[in-house]
Structures are given as C-alpha cells and as structure tokens.
Design a protein around this ligand. Sequence first.
Ligand SMILES: N[C@@H](CCC(=O)N[C@@H](CS)C(=O)NCC(=O)O)C(=O)O
Length: 344
Amino acid sequence: MSKKSVEESQADAVARRAKGEFVRGVSGFRSVLGEDADFPAEPGRYHLFVALNCPWCHRVTLARNVLGLQASITLDVAFPSRTTEGDPIEPNRWEFNPMRIASLTGTTLPECTFETATGQNFRLAKQIYEAEGSGEASVPILYDKKTKRIVANESAEIIRMLNAQARALGSTIADDLRPNLYPAGDENADLRRNIDTLNDQIYVGINNGAYKAGFSSDQAVYEAAFEKYFDTLGALEKRLAIDGRLFLTGDSFKEADLRLFPTLYRHDPVYYVRMKLNGARILDYPNLWRWLCRVYALPSVADSNSLVHCRQGYFGRSWNNVVPLGPFHPMPYPEAYAHPELAS
Ligand SMILES: N[C@@H](CCC(=O)N[C@@H](CS)C(=O)NCC(=O)O)C(=O)O
C-alpha cells in the first residue's frame, strides 16, 4: 500500500494532554487486506465494527457503500453513547447493545446490533482487542471472520484497502461504474499527490482540527484550532470556486472528498455547537454547501450514516443527556442536504 496516512504527532503527548490539548492516539493494527498473505481478498470473509457517530467510522461505512461492498462485508453498529459509570466491565467504552434507549428519541436505535462476528458475542469493542492481547479500544475495526483476527483499525488505510480490492471482495458495482477513490498507475501519480496533499490539509485543519477545538480545555489551543478550521474551510471554498469543479480534485468523487464529507456533514447540526465551531455554518459557504449536497446525493451515501446517532453520541453523555434539537432554519437536517439551492 502507498504512502502511510497522516497522523497526530505523539511528541510530548502526555505534557500536551496535561496542558489541556486533545491529542489523538495511533492505531496499532496495520495489516493490509489483499497484500498480507494472512488476509487475502475474499467476498463474505470480512466484517466491520463501527459506531455511526464516529467520523472515522463514517469514512469506512462511506467506502463500503460507494464501492458496492454492503453484501460482501458485514457490519456491526455500537450504541452511540459509550458505557456509563456503573458499567460492570468498564465505563466509557463502545458497547454492542441494541436494547439501549437513546435519550434523544426515547427509543432503541434500529441500526444498533449485537456483536455478531467473533462468535463470542462480546459486549464491548475493547473485548475484541483483549482477545488478541491488545489494550486498544477504538472503532472502526476491520475484522477477519475466518481466522477470528483483527486486520486493521486505521480508517485511512481501511478505505484504501477496500478501494484497491473492491472487485476481488465482490463489489456489486461494475468496474466502469464503480468510483475509484485513489487511482493507481503512473498516469495518476499527480492526482494521488493532489489527494495526499489535500488529505493532510483536511485531516489537520478539519477532521482532527474539530476535535482539537471541541475537546481541548485550553483557550489558546481552542482558538488556534478554530482559526485553522475556518481558514481551511475558506481555502476549500476558493478551490471549488476556481473552475466550478464538482469535487475537490476535478469532476469525479475521490478519497479526498470521502475524507472531508464526515466532518462537514456533522458541522451545522453538531459541531457548530458541540465543538464550539460557531464561526459560520457550511450553509454560509455556497460552493462547499453545493459540494456537500452533491456528495449526499451520490448513490448510497445518505444511508452510510445517521444524524440521530451523531446527535445522541456527541451530546448525550457530556450534555447531561439533553440533546439540542436545532438547527431547523432554513430547514431541519439532514433534509437540508437535499437542497443545494439553500446556499445563495
Ligand atoms: N486513527 C483512527 C482513529 C479512530 C478513533 O479515534 N476512534 C474513536 C471514536 S471517534 C475511538 O474509538 N476512540 C477510542 C475510544 O473512544 O475508546 C482512525 O482513523 O481509524
């Protein structure tokens, strides 16, 4: 697999966290499906563990859907709020429990599942790692149901594997109709460099930047992340305005678009309030708004996620279990994403 993904520097992580900076950890499972002999590309063999409020999981559910792998790769969905203080195993962990009630709706959430791939019916994602002697606990997880082993837990690499192995994994979309998120071959070297450069800019400024702003408890760290977030949005708005291109690198949907979408999809209905990113709405960026609606309209993108899970997950625990209802002007979300004309 080509260039490894950009990740948060772990330099002085302990001191930075103590100072109030949110510092994301590094994923430990980095095998490559289709390249490593242990994990050959076979239809029906692999499984994904996700939480729908997690933007990194949203990358892999998006890739699974747009590449036509919904039948080939099975999926388990954790409850959007982690385990509570009194949990018999451990608080603050991802849980596969479809019986839990969401405070936002007062009901169970139909997308949630039990853990169905290991044969152990584990309740916590952490237990899947423990079974392999690992102390990690994050989602997404790409899992091999045949050898009962974790393949990978880095979303940036999982989406690249699924793209490279889509045909061998049994994609239901014909080769000439299936998006190619990260085209191989010398003739596409410039395009890949473009995508990599955008990925780095978007990861630092937007994807992880949103967490740096919303989860840091240091005003200076927050303000720096806030500035960088809106500077990067401004640069992307200009990029799309240059020549009226449909997507970030031209007229076809690519990996850079896929990695930007989860954060912008969450901005107006969640991050504007939850991450204190209230400088502007995406609705205030006409080209970015039309791009967001364009991606949302692509086949199987809308059902790759749920704003109910996002709202429950981001607000439930840390906001006294009271989830804000807005915004509903100019119209509620995600319905607004079907209306590119809203941005004038
Ligand atoms: N670099 C990883 C990051 C994954 C990640 O941080 N996931 C969060 C959820 S949004 C998580 O599970 N964190 C650990 C935990 O909550 O226990 C990736 O992109 O896959």
